[in-house]
Design a protein around this ligand. Sequence first.
Ligand SMILES: [Zn+2]
Length: 405
Amino acid sequence: MALPPLVEPSAPLSTLEIERYARHVLLPQVGMYGQRRLRNARVLVVGAGGLGSPALMYLAAAGVGTIGVADADLVELSNLQRQVVHGTGDVGRLKSASAAERLASVNPLVQVVRHDVLIDAGNALEIIADYDLVVDGTDNFQTRYLLNDACVLLGKPDVWGSIYRFDGQTSVWWARHGPCYRCVFPEPPPPGLVPSCAEGGVLGVLCAAIGSIQAAEAVKLIVGIGDPLVGRLMVHDALRQSWDVLTVLKNPDCAVCGESPTVTGLAGYQELCSPGLPAAGGMPGAEVPADAGAAVPGVSATELADLLSAQGSGPQVLVVDVRGPQERAIDGIPGSRAIHLDEFRSGTAVARIPFGRPVVIFCKVGARSAEAARILMDAGHPDVRSLSGGVLAWIRDIDPGQPGY
Ligand SMILES: [Zn+2]
């Protein structure tokens, strides 16, 4: 489906610009006018991470005149395996600041606008309204639905990508010409069903494959060339090195872009994506346990260290690690017992845990351990707690010699 250019051409290019962008200008489909459209374009890249890194650098090199970088996170050492817009010296800096500096060196003619904030329901419309299109480089369902809905409400294209382990997906959601994200994925998967890259890992170079397609789609939309991925979902498997293209259709009953939309503003993304949390309003089909609101008792890393060192006459605290073997190979809490979260979910874990001992459960940051603790509590265990902040809090407060991830 060919679409007209998204952006009007700027004033004529300077001599230096013509030389810099000569390989674009030589393309009959781009030419001088296409390059002037790129110079006039305003693209917001949400997430200066794995997907955002290649997208940002290619958009800057391509001469997209204004590039917004939205990210409130800091660069971490474990980001550098794939987030190539950042360097080793950037660890600890704001990702938006680090990315802006890198883009300025790639192409000083491009204006970079930093948004050092978490994009949320309160600011999304105002921020996105200033741009021609959005490149979604986020890693969570909450922001994905938010960006989709904001783009539908504002009539803008949402160039989306998603990666996990060796698999990638990408498409252009544009309700004006085809389906939106909700048309194809009406509801997020239940929390915990799909682990994040932070838990399950991701092949670093996969980000280049998907993020560069997103940049290419952005360029095509701006210039108005080729067939954008509107109504098509690309599915990539890096292990097989296969690319499949699925046709995806607009859903007339879509909650945001359908004939009778129920989503007419931005709200409720936490409830949508974490229906087990206390604020749960309950999406259709989302199973919310009746007592999901009751808190799982927490324990801090310092309190756990005190408990472990003070053990004398009483029953020994049993520390349970619910993470996978790859995660345990990176770090852990000495003396802990490995019982995977799946064993809690299937019900086999309960028999492996003595009811006469206090139990502290941990994972990476505390979400999976809270789920496991809840299951054990529901089975009647009298003394279960979840380590607040997970093994990362333990490393930070008690054992800083271990690697985080
Ligand atoms: Zn839709």
